[in-house]
Design a binder for this molecule. Structure first.
Ligand code: E4P
Length: 216
């Protein structure tokens, strides 16, 4: 499973990239607004921090304008992945861009039928929003399960990028289902490393080691 971080905070991205376990980054207009930085400038900086895909989202709603924005965004760096919403115009844009060899992440997916359309449009990634689906009284993990089944039935190469991940159990369940990628806020990724018994074990081993008076 690939791990993407869902943030435009370059300090957090640089820090997580240091672990060698970060495969990419996703951003969206809300995360760019939260960063308080210029979209082009911050996206360029992020693209230099990781080798993998960096999703940068268009804000236009019509196909022609999405294509224009994508043209601007894809010049930022080779690892930019154009993020488009799951709409008719978004999928038209996806089909056109992937046909030209550009990476595309189709976002705001809330049904397996939408994911099927994105795969037919040649999307590199489909982003089903697990947490937001849960918030609305649906089972976000069932959505991932359904998409996995549909994609496997037809051997689609579109990668399932589980998004809107809120906690470590979401990560574990998505991994069990077989999502190809998950994107989560930095705090959720950091929480994956932690276990109270790991900390307790280290404490106990170090206390006993101190009694030996030895050093390595
Ligand atoms: C995905 O690409 C989105 O940026 C993100 O996962 C949305 O998550 P949220 O529901 O926590 O805003």
């Amino acid at each position: 499973m690939k791990f993407f971080v869902d943030t435009a905070d370059t300090k957090e991205i640089a820090d997580l990239a240091e672990t060698g376990l970060l495969d990419g980054v996703t951003t969206n207009p809300s995360l760019i607004a939260k960063s308080g930085r210029d979209f082009m400038e911050v996206t360029k900086e992020i693209c230099g921090l990781v080798e993998g895909p960096v999703s940068a989202e268009v804000v236009a709603l019509d196909h022609a304008e999405m294509m224009r924005e994508a043209e601007v965004l894809r010049k930022i760096a080779d690892n930019v992945c154009i993020k488009v919403p799951l709409t008719v115009d978004g999928l038209k844009t996806c089909k056109k861009l992937t046909g030209d060899g550009t990476m595309v992440n189709v976002t705001l997916c809330f049904s397996a039928n939408q994911a099927l359309l994105a795969a037919k449009a040649g999307a590199s990634f489909i982003s089903p929003f697990v947490g937001r689906h849960d918030d609305n009284g649906f089972d976000g993990l069932d959505l991932i399960r359904d998409i996995r089944l549909v994609y496997d039935n037809y051997a689609f190469e579109t990668e399932i990028l589980a998004a809107s991940i809120r906690h470590p159990i979401h990560v574990l369940e998505c991994a069990k289902i077989g999502a190809d990628v998950m994107t989560a806020p930095p705090a959720v990724i950091r929480a994956l490393f932690k276990h109270v018994l790991t900390d307790k074990g280290i404490e106990g081993f170090l206390a006993d080691w101190a009694k030996t008076g030895q050093s390595i």
